[in-house]
Design a binder for this molecule. Structure first.
Ligand code: FMN
Length: 348
């Protein structure tokens, strides 16, 4: 028990103050350029940033992405961020519920429904862990926190760097298929290495309707685990620090596969980037590490100010592209250049 809690607290500490970003790899949103509309005929006050996702109404296309659970510190962070999600009409993701499964006494550290009764709440579990659990056990985890859906995270790169990480990733599609049949609503999610078109096609063919691309360009989970790894394993982490599909590329590639919803997580740092993600086909932008940093440096009010800034930028992007609502933003004219255009041409 101490092990999982310690790992989660290590992750929080490294995410807050460690050197865990990609160094050269970017999200590639810099390769999306909107066409400026100098005659928008809109007022900022009338812009509509709302959307309906999984039957829940969001007031802005923002997800506070999966981070934590399982420790006292995690409990406070979950409550504070979930409360902000409720106030501002965002979606909220819990961190991996593996600790809750192993130690039901830890459930309270994931409990957010008291502060976020109407929020779109996403539970979370590794696909590899779900493979070893019965569908009923998985359902119990989702129901136990009152989540609207379960993010199943795929994180093979992160696991390979951990000294005691998983090494066997076979049977993932079978697990997904089994859980879909049992009626659990799923979001297939990466953790910072992105989803390719091929992965998108394979999970879509099973019937998965939602993905969170969690692409490269923000937090590198290979980097996080490299800091925690034994000396013998560290060179592997150094070699794969930059591994992954940039977030913008992953969103645009997934958008070709007819999902009902795509979360664009991975290095999102401005509302303009969220606007660009929506123009590439995302439903909402997800933010993990920067939200945590804002909370831990400025408290809940610091996090509120951070998100207010994101929304101001998003509305500016909508106004300056003449987009009254998110549907209009989704089809706003944009130019795709450079490496992002190459990824789209590759289409893989
Ligand atoms: C402290 C921390 C803990 C995380 N734990 C989880 C987790 O338990 N499950 C998961 O699916 N993703 C987890 N993530 C990954 C994020 O949800 C996200 O996919 C990734 O960090 C990229 O987003 P970012 O660049 O905004 O941080 C975690 C991220 C952070 C910063």
């Amino acid at each position: 028990m101490a092990d999982i809690s310690r790992r989660k607290d290590d992750h929080l500490e490294l995410a807050i103050s460690g050197d865990v970003g990609f160094k050269r790899t970017t999200t590639l949103f810099e390769h999306v350029r909107f066409v400026h509309d100098a005659l928008p005929e809109l007022a900022v006050a009338e812009l509509d940033t709302s959307l309906t996702l999984m039957g829940k109404k969001l007031r802005a296309p923002i997800l506070i992405a999966a981070m934590t659970g399982g420790s006292e510190r995690a409990e406070r962070i979950n409550k504070e961020l979930a409360q902000i999600a409720e106030e501002r009409g965002y979606a909220f993701g819990l961190g991996s519920q593996r600790a809750m499964h192993r130690h039901p006494g830890k459930s309270a550290t994931y409990a957010v429904r008291d502060v976020a009764p109407t929020t779109l709440v996403l539970g979370n579990l590794g696909l590899v862990q779900a493979a070893q659990m019965s569908s009923d056990d998985v359902k119990r985890l989702v129901d136990g926190v009152g989540a609207d859906a379960l993010c199943l995270h795929l994180n093979p790169a992160q696991e390979l760097i951990q000294d005691d990480g998983d090494r066997d990733f076979r049977g993932g599609l079978d697990t997904l298929s089994r859980l879909l049949q049992s009626g659990v609503r799923l979001v297939v999610k990466e953790t910072g290495c992105g989803l390719s078109a091929s992965v998108a096609a394979r999970v879509r063919a099973l019937g998965v309707e939602y993905v969170d691309v969690s692409g490269a360009g923000g937090t590198s989970w290979v980097a996080v685990e490299t800091h925690r790894a034994s000396e013998a394993r560290r060179p592997l982490g150094q070699a794969f620090w930059e591994w992954g599909i940039p977030t913008a590329a992953s969103v645009a590639l997934c958008a070709r596969h007819g999902f009902r919803g795509i979360f664009a997580t991975g290095g999102m740092s401005t509302g303009l980037e969220i606007a660009k993600a929506i123009a590439l086909g995302a439903s909402a932008g997800g933010i993990a590490r920067r939200a945590l940093q804002a909370l831990e440096s400025g408290g809940p009010d610091g996090a509120r100010a951070f998100f207010e800034g994101i929304e101001v930028e998003l509305r500016a992007a909508m106004l300056l592209t003449g987009s009254r609502n998110l549907a209009a933003l989704g089809s706003a004219p944009r130019l795709v250049t450079g490496e992002l255009a190459q990824w789209l041409e590759l289409g893989a």
